[in-house]
Design a binder for this molecule. Structure first.
Ligand code: NAD
Length: 295
């Protein structure tokens, strides 16, 4: 059985790492938060003091970190993964980062003949816990086939979408569609409410038609209760939309709707709501229209 190094034991990484242990893999773990490391050690993992040390003891290194700068530092920085890698090792970054950064890191690793996959996930903490994440993977086909059984211990859908970076391009597409969908739902429900129509009845009336969506069904019941506990924090969605704009601009694609919704979220962050669930985007419209969509 392959030995796995896992770096980044946050909201997502912790349950993902636990599912690998449940599947029988030996795990070496590392995080800057000692309590997160201790929790994994209590269920059978071994801790490593640095990413370099972790890599020297692993066949496969998985990272689940906040964003591009952390991934670059942990893999390429001082005492980083790159300093400890063995011949034949594989690096799998499962964070949602800029695809341009995935390509930059992979290029550095390829000089050492170490292949890399970018394999971001969708599904949030509940699906990380149940091991049913959707995982979208970029990188060499042979490496994907080698790592697929490991990814399958964390996700129920594991899809190879193309070369390195295409996992994160796919994740950005996902995040654009979700953000714009939430904004559309918010704008529509604020209109209905201020015009005097019960928003819950509007939801029930339209959810089976063309306007129905997974976003509508996931977010409207929470919005009607005023429940903006994350879920998926707005500040993480801001990060994803910034990465989408950077990528769009670098390949020559204007992103008018993404930039608009990004600024709505940014306004809420300035208003102290950056840690709310992204469904809390409706508060931006509510403030403009001076109405609350509640049941
Ligand atoms: P998180 O902030 O809870 O976890 C990140 C972990 O990385 C933390 O434990 C932190 O201590 C650790 N870390 C940061 N810098 C480090 C370093 N230099 N060395 C070692 N450890 C370090 O974030 P999360 O919610 O687990 O998200 C991780 C990634 O997954 C993000 O890119 C996020 O966008 C993506 N994602 C999150 C969700 C979600 O619902 N939370 C869903 C899908 C994808």
């Amino acid at each position: 059985m392959k030995k796995i190094g896992f770096i980044g034991l946050g909201v997502m990484g912790k349950p993902m790492a636990k599912n690998l242990i449940k599947a029988g893999y030996q795990l070496v773990v590392c995080d800057i938060v000692p309590a997160a490391v201790a929790e994994l050690v209590s269920v059978g993992a071994v801790s490593a003091p640095t990413a370099k040390d972790l890599a020297s003891r692993s066949d496969i290194v998985i990272t689940m970190l906040p964003n591009s700068p952390e991934v670059k530092q942990v893999i390429l920085g001082e005492n980083g993964v790159i300093e400890g890698l063995r011949a034949g090792s594989i690096v799998v970054d499962m964070s949602s980062i800029s695809p341009l950064m995935s390509q930059e890191v992979a290029k550095k690793l390829s000089a050492m003949k170490v292949p890399m996959l970018d394999a971001p996930v969708s599904g949030g903490e509940p699906k990380a816990i149940s091991g049913t994440l959707a995982i979208m993977v970029g990188g060499p086909s042979a490496t994907f086939e080698e790592v697929k059984p490991i990814l399958s211990a964390m996700g129920s859908s594991v899809t190879h979408v193309g070369d390195i970076g295409s996992g994160n391009i796919t994740k950005l597409a996902n995040q654009i569609i979700v953000a714009l969908n939430i904004a559309a739902v918010a704008e529509a429900l604020v209109l209905a409410t201020k015009a005097g129509v019960d928003p819950e009845r509007v939801y029930q009336a339209i959810r089976g038609g063309l306007a129905g969506s997974t976003v509508l069904d996931a977010k409207v019941p929470l919005i009607l209760k005023g429940n903006f506990k994350p879920g998926f924090r707005m500040e993480l969605h801001i990060k994803d939309l910034l990465n989408a704009l950077e990528t769009g601009h670098s390949v020559g694609v204007p992103m008018p709707l993404s930039s608009l919704v990004l600024e709505f979220m940014q306004a809420l962050k300035v208003d102290g709501k950056g840690k709310d669930d992204h469904g809390g985007l409706i508060q931006f419209y509510e403030k403009l229209a001076k109405v609350e969509v509640r049941k």
